[in-house]
Design a binder for this molecule. Structure first.
Ligand SMILES: [Zn+2]
Length: 96
């Protein structure tokens, strides 16, 4: 099985290819999911995903937003570092 490391230098799969890969092909990556109903973003770490041996397509199809029951709208794979640093809001709150 192929793996994509967070700090690897190899080419990453396209979005369509990634959907057919199991989540655990991306060790320690984050999945940023945007709720199709309310638009809220969630971050799921592969390490904490319950069924990370399933293809991402299946995981997303089963996923529901706890708060509103909405389906997963948009999903994006991020390395942890990128995922955290791109959320500028967290830094603003810490400063204020
Ligand atoms: Zn929602």
């Amino acid at each position: 099985m192929r793996h994509w490391r967070r700090h690897g230098t190899g080419p990453l799969p396209t979005g369509a290819e990634a959907l057919d890969e199991p989540f655990n092909a991306f060790p320690s990556w984050f999945l940023r999911i945007t709720c199709a109903r309310c638009g809220q973003e969630r971050m799921v770490n592969q390490v904490h995903a319950a069924k990370s041996d399933l293809p991402l397509r299946d995981i997303l199809a089963k996923m529901r937003h706890e708060r509103c029951g909405g389906l997963a709208g948009k999903a994006e794979l991020l390395t942890g570092i990128e995922g955290v640093s791109s959320r500028a809001g967290a830094a603003d709150r810490a400063a204020g």
